[in-house]
Structure formats: structure tokens, C-alpha cells
Design a protein around this ligand. Structure first.
Ligand SMILES: Nc1nc2c(c(=O)[nH]1)N[C@H]1C(S)=C(S)[C@@H](COP(=O)(O)OP(=O)(O)OC[C@H]3O[C@@H](n4cnc5c(=O)[nH]c(N)nc54)[C@H](O)[C@@H]3O)O[C@H]1N2
Ligand SMILES: Nc1nc2c(c(=O)[nH]1)N[C@H]1C(S)=C(S)[C@@H](COP(=O)(O)OP(=O)(O)OC[C@H]3O[C@@H](n4cnc5c(=O)[nH]c(N)nc54)[C@H](O)[C@@H]3O)O[C@H]1N2
Ligand code: SF4
Ligand SMILES: [Mo]
Length: 680
């Protein structure tokens, strides 16, 4: 008999700034409806469109879910499976792993994971197992935001202590740079950004919904943001708005920045970035007068020089003293560490027996293609066949007969198609966990609202069982969820247990508004903010940030930007039929004037191509897209496309200037007509 009540408050654990409160209603012993919690300060009674569809669709529909363990019976990718028991599945996996562990070859066990469920346990507990055996991790952030993290880490000693959004009441300006909250954080956009009285400045190559609703919109060419930041600093110095005492007290390296500013006039900035000089002046002055909040988006740093871009943009709050006071600050992501969580404990970092170095997602296809580097591959919480670069080479590597691949997912993704063993994961609606928003300083309960579908299990339970079958003994590998949740709440200093938090849904970590770095201490080598210095040279960068702008594409070439779609969550929900109807065929949006000049007609079938691959798509028109740019949203499932591919078929996996991260918004392609080809 189920003891689950008819109404359950829980929290959305997607990789989303919002961390919405959810109300699950049950009837006749099962979930009947999943809606936004009307009392939650973020969701205020509504889910985003994509989750409203998915949580009331595939998530609660047995026919869409993976329900039982499967073993491959045909060639890789052929979709031929037999259902097996959990005992058999775990035994097959352990039989493969044990010789690797005993023979010191566990570095050939490669494991990829990321954004499926970013709740604390489901997103991290399996790492204890992989750390214990010394497997090779595919560094998850390298496919998303690592260059930004690494840059802020070097500058401030911390990339995970952004402003507390509650401080907005003291702000006169919010500058959103290279993020699109209307899509990627829809409730934060509606209830925080739009409802604030501060002047909203948006900086993005695309005039998207957030940009359309801004007070001031600056539209730089992709990859030119460092030049824009330097031109703004030139104006700020000219207006005498530098906060020299802040710089002197808290930063080192300013002279090497100042020495470059003379040449960076707004007119020079206009030539480098395409943003009119008058707008550069206006934005710089509003921002500098402050108090101002600066939100650096994750899309901003997915550029070949993303590390330099982040260094240049982070000069602004330092040069103007827009930090360490109410209403000011810089936000990239808010981590769990400052909310007390010991991530080393959650992930079992201390039980690593001399961990194998992680590899970048940019190199995953090479590592998987090479039998000397990989013999076992685990994918959990991720779908690299849709989301990672070098899609063709990656899928070719997944076809390697001698690569033993275990795929763990809720749904039968493209990645799952190439697995040897498929393990069905329980969805977030089916187990307890904790969610900490990476925007608001909150702690939320993810509370079980249903028994797991079929024989699916949580990520935690699967890895406890695999650890046992591998005869590992470290107690951390067998810790129970309930105990870990209580410990996490204790670490966070929230004075309540999980059941009380469950009833409340979400609480603020502290009732007082926080101000990061307010004690003036920075965890850098010098203890100060480092604008320039030897740490950057060690990381392969110039001593000081430079006013660099990428060259615009040569004639005949287009830059592809593939940011978040409003209807997909990375590639999650790509199988929902209602969502597929909503997003229609694969469409790349181009500025109509550019399209006319290139002889392209709206709706026309074309093929994008470069040295990495080719992708058929329809031409769409959008006047908000700049010159020589194609907007092609990420996250479609390759197997539903005629060409069996999505935008990542074009992605060469070029590494950023820092931290081997993704520069997916730096892809260049050419366009050819599909019709003439068909006629040939
Ligand atoms: N072209 C292009 N590509 C991009 C990007 C881009 O901007 N452009 N963005 C990149 C970014 S920012 C990111 S973060 C990555 C994201 O890439 P991934 O992290 O691979 O995200 P998804 O593709 O959504 O895959 C997540 C999978 O986890 C599954 N899942 C959900 N919950 C659970 C669970 O509890 N357990 C298990 N085992 N599985 C679960 C989901 O069903 C889904 O199949 O993509 C990157 N790819
Ligand atoms: N609906 C939805 N929400 C999501 C996701 C999703 O897939 N769908 N994914 C989640 C994840 S994993 C992440 S990482 C976040 C990402 O969310 P955001 O931080 O908003 O990042 P992106 O959507 O990748 O890109 C944001 C913007 O960066 C811009 N951009 C690209 N290149 C440049 C440049 O050179 N300069 C400037 N100034 N801007 C540039 C793009 O035009 C885009 O509008 O969203 C999360 N939320
Ligand atoms: S994905 Fe984001 S906006 Fe949608 S329900 Fe989840 S937290 Fe809210
Ligand atoms: Mo991401």
C-alpha cells in the first residue's frame, strides 16, 4: 500500500536557473497532474511549457519510459534487445569491471554524466563509485561552462559565489550579457528581471525575447565581447567613473589593463563589435554609475576565446566598484559550497585511489575510438550522442564492438541505442533528493511522488548494487539516501530534517541577503582580485586580458549559434511528440536581408556544411539574428531527424583558449541548396 499523499510538493531538478516548486496531484494511486506550486516564489503556480508537457507526458507514461534492464542482441545501434533481470544486468557489468579494478586498468573505464538530474544525490552519488575504482571522468563542464568557471576562478578565486538575487532591490542597473533568461530561466525572467525597477541592459548577438524587452540592447558580433568590455572601460575612465580606491584596495594587475585602454575608443569598439559607439557610451555610463548587477551567461563563454571574454567582462565590476555592496555584484552560477555542502564528501573525492585525469568532452570521440584508452563506457544523466561535439565520430566510436557500454537513462535516447546494457532510471518524481538552485540562494526538497516506473531504480541504488557486485567495501559506497539527505541538511546549516523541508518545499538558505566577498578576501594566490599576473600565463593565457574580437566570417561563411530552445532542456524532452510538433522541422534562422542577399527563401531546404559534417535544414527568417549568423537551437534527437543528426554534426569540438572547454558558438559553415542537389 502506497503511503504517498494525494498532493506532494517537490522541486524541478533540471539544469535550469529556476528550480521551480512543483505540486504533484495523485488520484487512484498514481500521478494525475503535475503543475507549478502556487505558493512557490519562483514558479508561482506555473511550470515552463516544456516541463508542463514532459511531466504530464513521457515522464508519467509507461510506454515512453525505459522500464527494465536490457541486453543488446544485435549489432550496435540496431535496436535489438532482450529484457533481463537486474541481477543478470549487474552481474554482467561487474564481470566486465572486476578485471579492470583488480588489474589496475580502471582508467580504461570512461564515464560521462551531466545534466539529466542535477539534484545533489542523483547528480553526484555515482561519482563515489567511479572515484573508488579510479575510472576516467569526462569532465562534464567542458561541454558547457568550464572556460567561464576557470576564468572567474583565476580572477576571483571563486566562480560559484554570484550575487544574491534578493539584492536587486538596491540595484539601479542589471546587465545581462550572453544569457537569454526568457528561454533558459523563464520564471527568473518574468518574476525577477522584468519586475525589477532597475535599467535592464542586454548584450547578445541575437535580439531574443530577453533582448526585446530590455531598456537597452547591444548587439555585438559573436566572439567580440572582450573588445566591447574594453571600449566600455575606455568610456568609464573618460567619464572619471573608475573606482580607483576599490581597484587599489582589492585588485592587482590594473596597470596592464589600463595600458591597453587608450586605443579602445567607442568608435574603435564600434568597428570591432558592430555596436554603435553611442550605445557603448550609454551602457557604460549607466553600468558604472550603479549600483549594478552583472549576469554573465553561459552562452557568452562558448566561444574560441571564451576565457579571455570572461576575464575582460569581469574587469567591469572591479573597475567600477560594483561588487561587495548591496545591489552590486557579478553572477555566473551560485554553487552549493557556500551553502555549506561538502561536495568532496558527496562525490567521494577522498576515496579516489590516485584518480585518473579527466578528459574533455572535446576529446571524448578520440578516447572512445581508441581501444588502448577505453574498454568500458558508462553514460548516466547525459546523452552525448545528441549533446556532445563531433557527433559523427562519436557515434562511430560508440559502434565499436569491443567497447562495453552501459547506458543509464529514463528514456531510449540515441546514446542508449548504442549500449550493450541499458539500465532504466527512476525519474525525479520517484525518489527523495535535494535541489539547490544555481540562481537563488535556496534549498529545496525533491520529494517522492510515485513508486518508480517498471523496475527502474535511482542512480544511487544502481551504483550501490554495482559496488556490491564488484566486492568493493568502502562504506561511503553503500550509504543510504535518507542518511545522506539528513547529513546534507545538517551541513547546510538548515535547521530542519528532510520531512519538514518536504512540507515546505523550498527555504532560503539564510534569511539575510548575502553579499559575496564582502570581507575583501579572495582565494587567489595573492589574496586579491587578479586582473593580470603569472597565474594566467601558467594557464596558457596572456598575462592580462586583451581587447580581442573574432574576425567576422569570410564571405560565403556563416557563424552558427546553437543556444537553448524554449521547448527542449538540452536534449531532454526531444522525444515528446507534442514538443516535436511544436518545434517543427529543423530550422536555422537567418536575417531576412542576409537571406535575400544570399538568394535564400523562407522555408527553403538547404544543407549546412563544413569540414566536420553536414546538416539539412529549413531556412527560417528572424530579423533579430545578425549578419552572417544562423540561429539553430540545440537539443533535437538525431534519430528523429531525416539525416540522423542535429547541429552537433557540424561541431568540430574546438577547445576554448582556457580549460579545454566547448566553443560551440564559434562553429562556421557554408550553405548549399538542397533542391539543386536533389535534381542532380
Ligand atoms: N550545439 C550545442 N550543443 C550543446 C550546447 C549548445 O549550446 N549547443 N550546450 C551544451 C550544454 S550547456 C550542456 S549542459 C550539454 C548537456 O548535455 P547532457 O548533459 O548530455 O544533457 P541531455 O542531452 O539533456 O541529456 C540528459 C539525459 O539524462 C537523462 N536523465 C534525466 N534524469 C535522469 C536520472 O535521474 N538518471 C539518469 N541516469 N538519467 C537521467 C535524460 O533523460 C537525458 O537523456 O549539452 C551541450 N551541448
Ligand atoms: N529552455 C531551456 N533552458 C535551459 C537549457 C535548455 O536547453 N533549454 N539549458 C540549461 C543549461 S545546461 C544551460 S548551460 C543554460 C544556458 O543558458 P544561458 O546562460 O542563457 O546560455 P545559452 O542559452 O547557451 O546562450 C545564451 C545566449 O548566449 C548568446 N551568445 C552566443 N555567443 C555569444 C557571444 O559571442 N557574445 C554574446 N554576448 N552572447 C553570445 C546566444 O546568442 C544566446 O542568446 O540554460 C539552462 N536552461
Ligand atoms: S525546467 Fe526550469 S522553468 Fe521548467 S519547470 Fe524546471 S525549473 Fe521551472
Ligand atoms: Mo549547460
Amino acid at each position: 500500500m502506497s503511503t504517498i499523499p494525494d498532493k506532494v510538493l517537490t522541486t524541478c531538478p533540471r539544469d535550469c536557473y529556476d528550480a521551480c516548486g512543483i505540486l504533484v496531484e495523485r488520484r487512484d494511486g498514481k500521478i494525475s497532474r503535475v503543475v507549478g506550486d502556487p505558493n512557490h516564489f519562483v514558479s508561482k503556480g506555473s511550470l515552463c511549457g516544456k516541463c508542463a508537457v514532459a511531466y504530464n507526458g513521457g515522464f508519467i507514461n509507461s510506454s515512453s519510459r525505459l522500464l527494465h534492464p536490457l541486453r543488446r542482441t544485435g549489432p550496435k545501434g540496431a535496436g535489438q534487445w532482450e529484457q533481463i533481470t537486474w541481477d543478470d544486468a549487474i552481474a554482467v557489468i561487474a564481470a566486465k569491471l572486476k578485471p579492470h579494478i583488480a588489474g589496475g586498468r580502471a582508467s580504461k573505464v570512461i564515464q560521462a554524466h551531466y545534466t539529466g538530474t542535477v539534484a545533489l544525490l542523483a547528480g553526484n552519488f555515482p561519482l563515489r563509485f567511479f572515484n573508488a575504482i579510479g575510472a576516467t571522468e569526462v569532465d562534464p563542464d567542458t561541454v558547457c561552462n568550464k572556460a567561464g568557471h576557470a576564468a572567474l576562478q583565476l580572477v576571483f578565486g571563486d566562480s560559484l559565489s554570484g550575487f544574491d538575487p534578493r539584492t536587486v532591490k538596491d540595484s539601479n542597473c542589471i546587465m545581462v550579457w550572453g544569457a537569454n533568461p526568457a528561454t533558459s530561466a523563464p520564471h527568473v525572467d518574468r518574476h525577477w528581471l522584468k519586475s525589477s525597477k532597475a535599467t535592464r541592459i542586454v548584450i547578445d548577438p541575437i535580439k531574443h525575447k530577453t533582448a526585446q524587452e530590455a531598456d537597452l540592447f547591444l548587439q555585438p558580433r559573436p566572439g567580440s565581447d572582450a573588445s566591447l568590455a574594453f571600449a566600455m572601460l575606455h568610456v568609464i575612465r573618460e567619464l572619471n567613473l573608475l573606482d580607483r580606491s576599490f581597484i587599489e584596495s582589492h585588485a592587482i594587475g590594473w596597470p596592464s589593463v589600463a595600458a591597453q585602454l587608450d586605443a579602445c575608443t567607442p568608435e574603435w569598439g564600434e568597428a570591432e563589435t558592430g555596436v554603435p559607439a553611442a550605445l557603448i557610451r550609454q551602457a557604460a555610463e549607466i553600468y558604472a554609475r550603479g549600483p549594478s548587477l552583472l549576469w554573465l551567461g553561459q552562452g557568452l563563454q562558448r566561444q574560441p576565446f571564451g576565457g579571455n571574454v570572461f576575464r575582460a567582462c569581469s574587469l567591469l565590476p572591479v573597475a567600477t566598484g560594483n561588487m561587495m555592496k548591496p545591489g552590486a555584484g557579478l553572477f555566473y552560477m551560485n554553487g552549493f559550497g557556500f551553502r555549506g555542502v561538502d561536495m568532496g564528501w558527496v562525490t567521494g573525492a577522498e576515496i579516489a585511489p590516485g584518480a585518473s585525469p579527466a578528459i574533455s568532452h572535446m576529446d571524448l570521440h578520440e578516447a572512445l575510438a581508441d581501444p588502448r584508452r577505453s574498454s568500458v563506457f558508462f553514460t548516466w544523466n547525459c546523452n552525448p550522442a545528441a549533446s556532445s561535439p563531433n557527433q559523427k565520430k562519436l557515434v562511430d566510436a560508440l559502434k565499436r564492438e569491443d567497447l562495453f557500454h552501459v547506458a543509464i537513462d529514463i528514456f531510449p535516447t540515441d546514446t542508449v541505442d548504442y549500449a550493450d546494457i541499458v539500465l532504466p532510471a527512476a525519474s525525479f518524481l520517484e525518489f527523495d533528493d535535494l535541489v539547490m538552485s544555481y540562481f537563488d540562494w535556496t534549498v529545496s526538497a525533491q520529494t517522492k511522488a510515485s513508486e518508480p516506473f517498471g523496475s527502474s531504480k535511482t542512480n544511487m541504488e544502481m551504483f550501490r548494487q554495482i559496488a556490491e557486485a564488484c566486492r568493493l567495501s568502502d562504506r561511503a559506497l553503500f550509504e543510504q539516501d535518507g542518511d545522506m539527505l539528513e547529513k546534507l541538511l545538517h551541513q547546510s546549516g538548515i535547521e530542519m530534517g528532510f520531512s519538514e523541508l518536504s512540507e515546505r518545499g523550498t527555504v532560503f538558505w539564510s534569511s539575510k541577503t548575502g553579499i559575496p566577498f564582502v570581507d575583501g578576501r579572495f582565494s587567489t594566490n595573492s589574496g586579491k582580485i587578479e586582473l593580470a599576473g603569472p597565474a594566467f600565463v601558467d594557464a596558457g593565457l596572456p598575462t592580462a586580458p586583451t581587447p580581442h574580437a573574432d574576425a567576422p566570417p569570410a564571405p560565403g561563411f556563416w557563424r552558427v549559434l546553437s543556444p537553448a530552445s524554449s521547448w527542449l532542456m538540452n536534449s531532454s524532452y526531444g522525444s515528446e511528440e507534442r514538443i516535436r510538433r511544436q518545434i517543427g522541422p529543423q530550422t536555422g534562422f537567418i536575417n531576412p536581408a542576409m537571406a535575400n542577399a544570399a538568394g535564400l527563401v523562407e522555408g527553403e531546404a538547404v544543407i549546412l556544411f563544413n569540414e566536420t559534417g553536414e546538416l539539412p535544414m529549413r531556412v527560417g527568417f528572424d530579423a533579430g539574428v545578425p549578419q552572417a549568423t544562423i540561429l539553430l537551437h540545440k537539443g533535437r534527437w538525431p534519430k528523429y531527424e531525416m539525416a540522423g543528426a542535429n547541429v552537433n554534426i557540424l561541431n568540430p569540438g574546438q577547445k576554448t583558449d582556457l580549460a579545454e572547454s566547448s566553443s560551440v558558438h564559434g562553429i562556421e559553415v557554408r550553405i548549399r541548396c538542397a533542391m539543386s542537389e536533389a535534381a542532380e
